[in-house]
Design a protein around this ligand. Structure first.
Ligand code: PEP
Length: 258
């Protein structure tokens, strides 16, 4: 796992306006400095709403902590008559490095399926953004003990038509839906079971060299108090953090897990 730099990504979801964003990012940077965060030991990324991206861009400009940022969604299309949508080029122009694709809330509330997630993943890569592709099962699937197969089918759907070279650069986030925003955390062993299965599947399909480069995150009620045990798992390379990323001290402590 040494080759893969841990990634701590904070998904703000539909919270905070561009004024709140100033306070949160400033406090996050101060706290990381206070805790002697070493950017070589974990990469810290914030994922604000579209309307806050310009503000975040201004705040992190020239920041020596190298705080990264990105968006929570993108259009699969280049541009044109798609009212309300945001293109990859627009995100690139705002300095985004990352974009979340296929979050369970988009799958649930916007009907995104494997084809949509695949089209958005391809578009992100084509435009130079690193997609954070979200996969994972709901409670019924977990109870039926189908969580590994179900999650692998999400991965297979999301990555259709990608080359091994494209795959090596992407980030996959395993998020069991029953553990998102519920305070219900999968055990470190649960996280490892599925993250390990994803990496084995990648290795079988695309080869070890590719599989070894893909960063696989765990997401679902990650907090400062549980991050270390999750990060101790060999196939977990970081966390996608929702609620706790809205508290700068908490998120800084998560980023400073090492
Ligand atoms: C998420 O939605 O990506 C997430 C992990 O949320 P939370 O940390 O709040 O469970």
């Amino acid at each position: 796992t040494l080759a893969r730099k841990p990634l701590m990504a904070g998904n703000w979801k539909m919270n905070l306006n561009h004024v709140d964003a100033v306070g949160l990012v400033q406090k996050l940077v101060w706290t990381l400095e206070d805790k002697r965060h070493d950017p070589k030991k974990s990469e810290v990324v914030v994922l604000p709403p579209f309307t806050d991206l310009r503000t975040v861009q201004t705040l992190v400009d020239g920041d020596r902590l190298e705080l990264g940022y990105g968006a929570q969604d993108l259009s699969p299309f280049d541009g044109g008559a798609y009212t309300g949508d945001i293109s990859a080029d627009m995100l690139v122009k705002l300095g985004c490095s990352y974009v979340v694709v296929g979050h369970s809330e988009r799958r649930q509330y916007h009907g995104e399926d494997d084809n949509t997630v695949n089209a958005k993943t391809i578009q992100a890569i084509k435009k130079g953004l690193t997609p954070i592709v979200c996969v994972g099962e709901g409670l019924e699937v977990r109870r039926a003990d189908q969580h590994v197969d179900f999650t692998i089918s999400h991965v297979e759907g999301a990555l259709a038509r990608l080359t091994p070279e494209q795959i090596s650069s992407l980030v996959i986030a395993y998020e069991p839906v029953w553990a998102i925003g519920t305070g219900e955390v999968a055990t470190p062993q649960d996280a490892q079971e599925v993250c390990g299965a994803i990496r084995r599947w990648l290795a079988e399909r695309y080869g070890d060299a590719t599989a070894d480069q893909v960063r696989i995150l765990y997401g679902g009620s990650v907090k400062a108090s549980n991050v270390a045990s999750i990060m101790a798992q060999p196939d977990v390379d970081g966390a996608l953090v929702g609620g706790a990323s809205l508290n700068p001290e908490e998120f800084a402590a998560i980023a400073r897990f090492y």
